[in-house]
Design a protein around this ligand. Structure first.
Ligand SMILES: *Cc1c(COP(=O)(O)O)cnc(C)c1O
Length: 387
């Protein structure tokens, strides 16, 4: 962890992490390095350096080639690692590229890898795990049956908390105990490190779709994994081999996004809590899911706020609400400055088998609302007229 990491608060670190050398460089904002290749003059020493990159190391000096390393992306990685209390972070082209690399790296030490996972998870993650596309076997279990499902072949346990889209919360400490020596991977996209840092609760790997709150403005696709330096080395070698690198412009935008992350998440959480309370009292709404509305939930205290995402079941046809909104955008994705609403059974979780979908609470009546930074009264007025 850097100098800022030891001495400053989270909010301050979000603004300064990954930028420690800027005044030494004589600049105020991070430079964007768009080079695809770099001068490699002494072939003998470069051969050693390229080997070190291929093994997941980060040797000093020229990056040699943009798929091996990029200094702008590295700034975002340094900053995110610091905010997640991790030794290292490795950025990818998308959240799914990050999750794929974790499945490959988690499986590598055990031959034919087995993954244990708890539903619900993001629809794309569900699809990837269920398809066995990356050569993994999957066992889906309830959170209290993880230990029973682990075999000598298990390379990874995968959970999401709060889960997308039902906001189901899991007690990470209890799950980490169940995992024993098997690495626990937590998708922390919904909570962000502002509200929850899974590595502080026993997890070993944190993944993010950086496309969501980390970017924050709906204009960048990316993914990132925060973990130990040894797991990061595996991820970097996989990234070099499979090519799922983050573009330097995306790295720049994500570093910039981190600076406003705490203030955005705090404000969006206040808006979301207010909307959740109003929806809960509304007779047109059958049920509201929002972390913190219910005090005896598992993992209570693990999150320091409810976050920007809420879900609710309507009494009448949920799809009519999506048709009726005027200010809120009917769209997938989440964690943007503007509010977005969607029908998970039709869109983000359409790929999940309908029986599995219903079993984990994703009904035809469920809507997911990603709350932005608009005035909460304007958001309520829009929801009210759409309902
Ligand atoms: C969006 C999302 C993903 C996938 O990320 P992409 O950047 O779209 O590839 C994974 N997990 C969660 C929780 C998400 O919301």
């Amino acid at each position: 962890m850097s100098e800022t990491g030891r001495t400053h608060s989270f909010v301050t670190r979000a603004i300064h992490a990954g930028r420690e050398d800027l005044s030494e460089l004589g600049v105020h904002v991070a430079p964007i390095d768009l080079s695809t290749t770099y001068p490699a003059v002494d072939s003998t020493t470069e051969a050693d350096r390229i080997e070190e990159f291929a093994n997941g190391g980060q040797p000093d000096g020229s990056p040699i080639y943009a798929r091996l390393h990029n200094p702008t992306v590295a700034r975002f990685e340094t900053a995110l690692a610091e905010l997640e209390s991790a030794e290292a972070a490795v950025a990818f082209a998308s959240g799914m590229a990050a999750i794929s690399a974790c499945l490959l790296a988690g499986g590598a030490p055990v031959g034919k890898p087995h993954v244990v996972a708890v539903r619900p998870v993001y629809g794309g993650t569900d699809l990837l795990l269920n398809s066995g596309l990356l050569g993994t076997d999957i066992t889906w279990v309830n959170a209290d049956k993880i230990a029973e499902a682990i075999t000598p072949q298990t390379g990874l346990v995968v959970v999401e908390t709060p889960a997308n889209p039902t906001l189901t919360e899991l007690d990470l400490r209890a799950i980490a105990d169940e995992c024993g020596d098997v690495p626990l991977m937590v998708d922390n996209t919904v909570a962000t490190p502002v509200l929850q840092r899974p590595l502080e609760h026993g997890a070993s790997i944190v993944v993010h779709s950086a496309t969501k709150s980390l970017g924050g403005y709906g204009d960048v696709v990316g993914g990132v994994v925060a973990c130990s330096e040894s797991f990061a080395r595996s991820l970097r070698s996989i990234r070099i081999a499979t090519g799922g690198i983050l573009h330097p412009l995306a790295g720049y935008l994500l570093l910039r996004g981190l600076a406003t992350l705490p203030i955005r998440v705090k404000h969006a959480s206040e808006n979301a809590l207010e909307l959740a309370r109003r929806l809960q009292q509304d007779e047109r709404v059958a049920r509201v899911y929002y972390p913190g509305l219910d005090d005896d939930r598992p993992g209570a205290g693990q999150m320091s706020g409810g976050g920007s995402l809420l879900s609710f079941e309507t009494v009448d046809d949920a799809k009519d609400v999506v048709l009726g909104v005027k200010l809120i955008t009917p769209a997938v994705s989440l964690g943007s400055v503007d509010s977005l609403i969607q029908h998970p059974a039709s869109l983000t979780h359409h790929v999940v088998n309908p029986d599995d979908r219903n079993a984990c609470g994703i009904s035809e009546k469920l809507l997911r609302l990603s709350v932005g930074l608009e005035d909460v009264e304007d958001l309520w007025a829009d929801l009210d007229q759409a309902l």
